[in-house]
Design a protein around this ligand. Structure first.
Ligand code: ACO
Length: 331
């Protein structure tokens, strides 16, 4: 292993579908209100992909921006990791469709399933692959089209999610920057689909007419339990990378938490002791885009000048599985 080899993000990109669905639009579909959604979640609107748009379509747009911003040739990419729970198809992988879309002929490509924690799982793997000397350039993408897996008649879930994608080019550097610490974890004891998941459509319960009639092919969630777990697990994960890197919370320039719910984001920031002005929030505009939230947020933060070269960024996510992760990054 090369001694001073680090993995750093050299370019980011994101892509959101044009179609905006507001809370008022949802009032027309289910028994809900703009006031309830804002108060309980902080969400004002979300983007929803058109019916003929798949996850890889969003990922390709995001990846092209990341490649342009990193100033690399797609042929430089050696590995493509796409984090998603809404793949275009079971197989081929969404990553292979993305590879085709961006012309990254020299890459190996695969999907990664870790729900909302997926992007940080991808970043952790890219970090390990680069530090080991195996690869120099990895493309990590988080993308989702939740539109098709959401039960649009279930007010307790349909108001929460949105579609979108983000991408990062991760490259080797000898400079003392990039990923300073990374941690990912899971607890399969929480894999019960009623907590958070889709019961049917896989090998356990194939799609049948009965499954469709009972909507078992759609997302189920016990929101209250997931809320409590998120508020506990995200600060724990973040504390772990801070202590591993021997960095105090005061040194953090920007906290980029998973964008699921404003109340969860604020609770995580408060528990960590990060002041509100250092917490990045865009859940109001996009809802929960699952594996895409933190990388869409980073790309926006860079474009807005809220994340600048040299800044210390702390990411933290959690999702179905349960899965969670945290990354400390010097941009
Ligand atoms: N509009 C109006 N009323 C609603 C709605 C709605 N959209 N949804 C639920 N309600 C009602 C409920 O029926 C309930 O009514 P009742 O008291 O008559 O029974 C009442 O509002 C309160 O419901 P709760 O579920 O207790 O509301 P809570 O304050 O917990 O908020 C929410 C629900 C927003 C889902 C919250 O629990 C949450 O955000 N949980 C975490 C979700 C999350 O982070 N998911 C992503 C995980 S990441 C991944 O891997 C996908």
């Amino acid at each position: 292993m090369t001694q001073h080899r680090h993995a750093t993000i050299t370019g980011t990109g994101s892509y959101l579908p044009d179609r905006v669905v507001t809370n008022f639009d949802l009032e027309e579909m289910v028994d809900t209100s703009d006031e309830w959604i804002r108060q309980r979640t902080g969400i004002v609107e979300r983007r929803i992909a058109d019916d003929d748009v798949a996850t890889s379509d969003l990922c390709v747009h995001a990846a092209r921006w990341a490649i342009k911003n990193a100033n690399i040739d797609p042929l430089d990419i050696e590995l493509i990791l796409v984090a998603t729970v809404t793949p275009d198809t079971f197989f081929p992988s969404t990553a292979c469709y993305v590879q085709k879309g961006i012309g990254a002929k020299n890459a190996a490509a695969m999907d990664l399933s870790a729900a909302c924690a997926g992007f940080l799982y991808g970043l952790d793997l890219a970090d390990g692959m680069i530090k080991s000397g195996r690869y120099n350039t990895v493309l990590v993408v988080g993308g989702e089209v939740f539109n098709n897996i959401v039960d649009w008649s279930d007010r307790s879930t349909c108001v929460l999610f949105g579609d979108g994608a983000g991408a990062a080019v991760v490259q080797a550097t000898d400079e003392p920057k990039g990923i300073l610490a990374s941690y990912i974890g899971s607890d399969g004891d929480y894999s019960d689909n009623d907590l958070l998941g889709i019961p049917a459509g896989g090998s356990r319960m194939p799609i049948t007419k009965g499954v469709i009639d009972q909507k078992l092919d759609k997302l189920k969630m016990n929101g209250r339990e997931v809320f409590k777990l998120g508020v506990r697990l995200m600060p724990e994960a973040a504390q772990r990378v801070l202590s591993e890197a021997d960095v105090s919370v005061e040194e953090i320039d920007l906290l980029i938490p998973h964008q699921a719910n404003l109340r969860i984001i604020e609770a995580v920031g408060d528990r960590l002791g990060v002041p509100r002005e250092k917490v990045y929030i865009n859940v109001d505009k996009y809802g929960n885009t699952s594996a895409a939230t933190v990388i869409i947020a980073l790309d926006e933060a860079i474009r807005e000048g809220r994340a600048k070269p040299g800044d210390l960024l702390l990411f933290v996510t959690f999702g179905a599985g349960l899965t969670w992760g945290s990354t400390l990054l010097r941009l």
